[in-house]
Design a protein around this ligand. Structure first.
Ligand SMILES: Cc1cc2nc3c(=O)[nH]c(=O)nc-3n(C[C@H](O)[C@H](O)[C@H](O)COP(=O)(O)OP(=O)(O)OC[C@H]3O[C@@H](n4cnc5c(N)ncnc54)[C@H](O)[C@@H]3O)c2cc1C
Ligand code: SF4
Length: 514
């Protein structure tokens, strides 16, 4: 944490209301309180419905949990937050019962707190470096649950604060993609007075927040509130518009857009390229989840098909795999299995997702890898051959390398397989702009501070730059891109003004420009 920030936090901590709050309870009493467990839907019940699993803290629970926070002089928690939320301040606002103010503090640095409170991996970010976890070896303050509480309180109160907007300047800028990177970018640019349009390829706004993460983890209604807010700030949304196909960036420039933010994500699924992977009933997790989340495939009243298999195998160990397998269970699978080539400790999914999946009756076949699929005479998958694995030395990722155990293959009956072994950047934008500097992985290369690409008026952030990361990182990128695009545009305007100064009259300028 840099000295300037520490100084600022110290000054804030010395505010009268914070001193008074700290004096109300001794630190010893605070640290003796147990972390409040978030109420959740019964596992048996929830594995048959799409309602949210976590039910949120009550006001009483939030007050107790907030009082566990020690309002540390050096709040290490902040260093673990990718967007630097003023964590002790928002928590102390909760402790003092000023829930709307708590939400306001969150929104100073986080455009989507209700989303992040639900899906951020706090256990490896802010909560991992909380004083409780670092020095007391106790459960950290439930920062994520408190963030969700404050954001939900604000939404339910109907008093959502729409940020103040600088006088509109009429300058047209565009975001390509409406995921968290594009949304965060749009919010900041609208605040600065720009005329912002988001172009989205799909028929829904929200990116992975809508098409990937299922209702039982992140209800669409929560994302919609954030989108409505942007609309109220004047952001325009154009759906079913594929930049690079429907129109190119050059076409958009002719329409008056002068700068662009590419937040097109990493939605291109990876496959394993093993025999039989093209059989009917084998989906990528993106297709499987999109059909269900965006196209109502699980609802018999809709025409979009999806196979509600009885024996479903999901290949992979990340959040996407966990979302797919838990979705399959909710669609009636009798056997919903995770097939993952490493051990449970190496799974990249959030600890909470793994715990919830286990409670819901998901089978974990760790140290297993599929090697071949077999189909019936109609070409529909009916079984898969899997091979057992053991762990060797750590590889480049730092995780122990899975090694196949010779002769350990056996067959499992399956009627649906969801392949969830990672994603690659969406290739359309990188391919459609020849001067854009792109890495060998297909991600767009940017100046990390400015998020500016090799084309000065094009900025980029989120998964298209990082190649599959997290919501909060995508949002942070979107916000940085907005700040530097604003500086870039203002710089250009200043350049033009200095040129204009050379002319004697408006007439001369017009003559010159003709
Ligand atoms: C199933 C799943 C679960 C996840 N769970 C979590 C989690 O729990 N916590 C977490 O932090 N992260 C999670 N992630 C990762 C996280 O969602 C992403 O890192 C994040 O959404 C990236 O944001 P983005 O804005 O870069 O891209 P996206 O959210 O992918 O949005 C990109 C948007 O751009 C649109 N687009 C693409 N090309 C074009 C084009 N040419 N023209 C117009 N529009 C275009 C796409 O349709 C899409 O809507 C999960 C991801 C998945 C798939
Ligand atoms: S480190 Fe933990 S206890 Fe200290 S201010 Fe942050 S949340 Fe509170």
């Amino acid at each position: 944490m840099n000295e300037g920030l520490l100084e600022f936090l110290k000054r804030e901590r010395e505010a009268e209301w914070r001193i008074e709050l700290r004096s109300k309870m001794k630190n010893k009493e605070r640290t003796e309180l147990e972390r409040i467990h978030m109420p959740e839907q019964d596992a048996q019940l929830r594995s048959g419905n799409f309602k949210e699993v976590n039910e949120g803290l009550t006001e009483e629970q939030a007050l107790v949990e907030a009082s566990r926070c020690l309002d540390c002089p050096k709040p290490t928690c902040i260093t673990g937050c990718p967007v630097g939320i003023n964590i002790p301040k928002f928590i102390k606002k909760i402790e003092s019962g000023e829930f709307l103010d708590a939400a306001r503090v969150l929104k100073e640095t986080n455009a989507l707190p209700a989303v992040c409170g639900r899906v951020c991996p706090q256990e490896v970010q802010c909560e991992q470096v909380c004083f409780y976890a670092q020095k007391l070896d106790k459960d950290p303050v439930a920062i994520g649950n408190l963030e969700r509480f404050a954001a939900d309180y604000e939404r339910n109160s109907g008093k959502i604060s729409v940020p103040e907007i600088t006088k509109k300047n009429g300058i047209k800028v565009a975001s390509i993609g409406s995921g968290p990177a594009g949304l965060a970018f749009a919010g900041d640019m609208a605040k600065l007075g720009y005329d912002v349009t988001i172009f989205e390829a799909l028929h829904e706004i929200g990116g992975v927040l809508k098409y990937g993460i299922p209702e039982f983890r992140l209800p669409n209604a929560i994302v919609d509130v954030e989108i409505d807010n942007l609309e109220r700030m004047g952001v325009k949304f154009v759906k079913n518009f594929i930049v690079g196909k429907t129109a190119s960036i050059e076409d958009l420039k002719k329409e008056g857009y002068i700068a662009f933010m590419v937040g097109s994500g990493a939605g291109l699924p990876n496959f394993m390229h093993i025999p039989g992977e093209n059989y009917i009933g084998i989906y990528s997790s993106n297709e499987y989840l999109t059909r269900i989340n965006l196209m109502n495939a699980a609802d018999p009243q809709y025409d979009t098909p999806v196979i509600s298999g009885k024996n479903v195998a999901v290949i992979g160990g990340g959040n996407t795999a966990m979302d797919s397998v838990r979705t399959a269970k909710r669609l009636g699978a009798e056997r919903a299995m995770i097939i993952y080539r490493r051990s449970i400790e190496e799974m990249p999914a959030r600890v909470e997702e793994i715990k919830h999946a286990k409670e819901e009756g998901i089978e974990f076949l760790n140290l297993h890898n599929p090697v071949e699929y077999k189909a019936d005479e109609q070409g529909r998958v009916k079984s898969m051959k899997v091979q057992k694995m053991e762990l060797g030395e750590p590889d480049a990722s730092g995780r122990r390398r899975p090694i196949p155990v010779e002769g350990s293959e056996y067959t499992i009956d399956v009627d649906t397989v969801v392949v969830s072994v990672g994603v690659s950047p969406n290739p359309l934008i990188p391919q459609s702009m020849k001067d854009l500097d792109v890495s060998s992985w297909g991600t767009i290369n940017v100046d990390k501070e400015k998020m500016q690409t090799s084309i000065p008026e094009v900025f980029a952030g989120g998964d298209i730059v990082r190649g599959g990361a997290t919501v909060i990182l995508a949002m942070g990128d979107g916000r940085r891109a907005a700040a530097s695009m604003d500086r870039y545009i203002k710089g250009r305007v200043r350049e033009l003004l200095s040129l204009i100064g050379e002319f004697k009259s408006i007439g001369d300028i017009l003559d010159f420009a003709r």
